[in-house]
Ligand binder design. Structure first.
Ligand code: PLP
Length: 414
C-alpha cells in the first residue's frame, strides 16, 4: 500500500527527472546525502576531462586556457545564486574549518574592542574548535561563550563581537531562525557568522536579504561535489568595501594578493572576495563542484525545499504506520518549517540498527549519542526510496536482526 502511494507521488513529482543525472548504485537506497552527496554523471565526466584533456594534454596552459585561475570565483558566484548572494561575495576554496578561521579573524578586526563569540553548545564541533584555536592564539582578544539553542538570542549583547551559528543542527535537524538571530545581533552591534553545511543545496537561503555578515558552507553534502571538495565562504559586500578591504582575513597567501604574478615581497591584498583565497586551488575537485552545480541550473531552491518537506512527511507517516515512532522517537522538530532536510530518531541500539540497514542496502548514518539519522536529497531521493527503506527498518527492528554481533563493532567513520 505504501509502495503504491509512493509510486503515485513519484509520478507527480516535478523533480523526478533529476534522478537520472546521478549515478546511484543499483539496490542502494541512499539517505546519507547530508554527509556525502551522490556523484552526478556530469561530475564523473568533468573529472575525466580535466585529468585527460586539460591537465593531461594542455598542462600548464590550462590555467588560462581552461579558466582554472578564475574557477574559485566563477564557482563561488554559481554557489551564490543558491544562497541568495549577489555576484562577487562568494569564493569556493579550502574547508569550512579553514574558512571559519578567516571569518572569525575578520570579525575580530572589524569589532575591535569586542572579544566575545557567542555560539550554541550543540554546534558542530569544528565551529567551536576553530574559535578555541583563535582564543589560544590571541589570548584575551578572543573568548567563546556557548549557550543552549533556546538561549541564543537572549545571550547576544553589546559585548558580543559575533554570533557563530549553524542554521541546521547536524544531530537533530533543528533549523534556527536566522532572521531573528540577525535582527537581535545587529541591534546589539554584533556580527553574524552562519554555517550553511546543512542548508546549501537543501533549502532556500537569503544571505543578502537577511543582511548576514559572513557565511561558510561545504559542497560535498547537498551540493554533491564529492569527498573533500572545496568549501565556500561568503563575505557581505559591505565588508569587502570597508576600511579593512584587502586585509580582512589574515592568511596572506599569494593567490589572495592583488598581483600574484608580480611576486612582490610585500603583501597587498586583492580587492573583493579574492582576498579570501590563500594558495593554489585543488582544480580537479573544484571542477567537480562546478559540474555538480549543473544539476541545480533549472530548478528553484523553493521546489527543492517543497519536495524535501514532502519526503520527510511521507517518511514520518510510513514510520507511524509501522508503529516505529514509539520504539524510536523522532528527535527532530515535528514541524517542517523549523527543520532542515533530515530526520533523526533516538534508540539505544541506533548504531547496530544503522549497520543492519546498510547491510540491507539502506544507507543512513549514526550520530552520538544514540541517533539514527536519515538525510533527504530531493534531486535524487524518491518516495519509493522512503517506502522501501521504512519497510526494511521495520523488519530489522521487529525481527531483532540488528542484535547480530556483526552489527555491533564501530568503524572509525560512523
Ligand atoms: C560537515 C560540517 C562541517 C565540516 O567542516 P569541514 O571543515 O569542511 O570538514 C562543518 N560544520 C558543519 C555544521 C558541518 O555539518
Amino acid at each position: 500500500m505504501a509502495l503504491e502511494k509512493a509510486r503515485g507521488l513519484d509520478q507527480s513529482d516535478p523533480l523526478a527527472a533529476k534522478r537520472a543525472l546521478f549515478s546511484i548504485p543499483h539496490d542502494t537506497i541512499y539517505l546519507d546525502g547530508n554527509s556525502l552527496g551522490v556523484m552526478s554523471h556530469a561530475v564523473n565526466e568533468r573529472v575525466a576531462d580535466v585529468t585527460r584533456r586539460q591537465w593531461g594534454k594542455d598542462l600548464i596552459t590550462s590555467w588560462n586556457k581552461h579558466g582554472w585561475i578564475d574557477l574559485p570565483i566563477t564557482v563561488g558566484d554559481r554557489i551564490g545564486k543558491l544562497i541568495g548572494a549577489a555576484p562577487g561575495q562568494v569564493i569556493c576554496c579550502d574547508s569550512i574549518s579553514i574558512n571559519l578561521f578567516k571569518v572569525l579573524c575578520a570579525a575580530l578586526q572589524i569589532q575591535s574592542g569586542r572579544t566575545q563569540f557567542v555560539s550554541t553548545e550543540d554546534n558542530f564541533p569544528t565551529d567551536l574548535y576553530m574559535i578555541q584555536g583563535v582564543e589560544r592564539l590571541l589570548g584575551d582578544r578572543c573568548s567563546l561563550t556557548t549557550v543552549a539553542e533556546d538561549d541564543l538570542i537572549a545571550s547576544i549583547t553589546e559585548e558580543t563581537a559575533a554570533v557563530v551559528v549553524t542554521e541546521v543542527n547536524f544531530r537533530t535537524g533543528r533549523r534556527l531562525d536566522l532572521a531573528k538571530i540577525t535582527a537581535q545581533a545587529h541591534d546589539k552591534g554584533a556580527l553574524v557568522i552562519v554555517d550553511l553545511a546543512h542548508s546549501a543545496g537543501a533549502m532556500p537561503v537569503t544571505l543578502d536579504a537577511l543582511g548576514i555578515d559572513f557565511a561558510v558552507g561545504c559542497t560535498y553534502k547537498y551540493l554533491n561535489a564529492g569527498p573533500g571538495a572545496p568549501a565556500f565562504v561568503y563575505v557581505a559586500k559591505k565588508w569587502l568595501s570597508s576600511d579593512f578591504a584587502g586585509a580582512l582575513q589574515p592568511l596572506f597567501g599569494w593567490l589572495g594578493h592583488a598581483e600574484p604574478f608580480a611576486f612582490s615581497p610585500q603583501y597587498t591584498g586583492a580587492s573583493g572576495i579574492r582576498q579570501f583565497l590563500v594558495g593554489t586551488p585543488p582544480i580537479i575537485s573544484l571542477s567537480a563542484v562546478d559540474a555538480a552545480l549543473d544539476a541545480f541550473e533549472d530548478v528553484s531552491m523553493e521546489a527543492i525545499r517543497e519536495k524535501s518537506l514532502q519526503l520527510m512527511e511521507f517518511w514520518l507517516s510510513c514510520m507511524g504506520d509501522h508503529g516505529l515512532l514509539t520504539i524510536m522517537p523522532c528527535v527532530s522538530p515535528t514541524e517542517g518549517t523549523i527543520r532542515g532536510s533530515q530526520l533523526s530518531f533516538a534508540h539505544d541500539d541506533a548504531y547496530a540498527i544503522c549497520q543492519a540497514l546498510i547491510a540491507r542496502g539502506v544507507v543512513a548514518d549514526f550520530r552520538a549519542p544514540n541517533y539514527l539519522r536519515f538525510g533527504f536529497a530531493p534531486l535524487y531521493n524518491t518516495y519509493e526510496d522512503v517506502a522501501r527503506a521504512v519497510a526494511r527498518l521495520s523488519e530489522i527492528v521487529y525481527s531483532g536482526a540488528y542484535q547480530d554481533k556483526a552489527f555491533q563493532s564501530r568503524a572509525a567513520v560512523t
